[in-house]
Design a protein around this ligand. Sequence first.
Ligand code: DC
Length: 229
Amino acid sequence: MIVAIDGPSGTGKSSTSKAVAAKLGLSYLDTGAQYRAITWWMVGNGVDVDDADAVAAAAGKPVIVSGTDPSHPTITVDGADASGPIRTQEVTSKVSAVSAVPEVRAVITELQRSIAADAAHGIVVEGRDIGTTVLPDADIKIFLTASPEARAARRSGEVKGSDVAATREALIKRDAADSSRKTSPLAKAADAVEVDTTELTLQQVIECVVTLVEERRSGTDGEQRRDAR
Ligand code: DC
């Protein structure tokens, strides 16, 4: 069972994906963390993230390893724990530039596909291009959305002392960059189920996604479900 969960930031993707994976006994992969990890490496190794040629030339150098236990996801770069540093403001502001470079996407996409192929009991993979590009044959694709206000309020609740208006502006800017890049932009796959989380609690989103996955797993979704009634 391969579950692809895409959507912009602040829609509850990570919390939902981890909880759904834990509930269903699946592995979990945060692909945003991988793009953040390669960005952290670039910054630490003096690569100018606005120089796409320099970023492309270095794309294959860092060794990124993701631990896929949903109750304890981990990420290391060249053996060093990157889970803290990848969440800094500096990395957040630079990750869109790095993740727009096609050579970076090629390296990270290959890594993601091999992790998904190795997940013996199935996996929940969250990101921006999982349903469209990384795993187009996923068993189920979910696209989470929410209003910019709800997303900014959630994100600023996660970051101590942050201002909602500034967070909203930064989110909109990052989503615009992620949606307009040429290589595999943030997009809803044609066969994805869209879930608007604006008015839902995290618990309700988790229940909704678990139900969608279980229906798909037992083949009772869509037409078959209606026929069975
Ligand atoms: O989910 P996140 O905010 O941690 O993701 C960080 C950045 O990584 C995001 O701005 C866009 C990029 N990203 C991507 O381009 N493709 C993915 N599959 C996941 C994230």
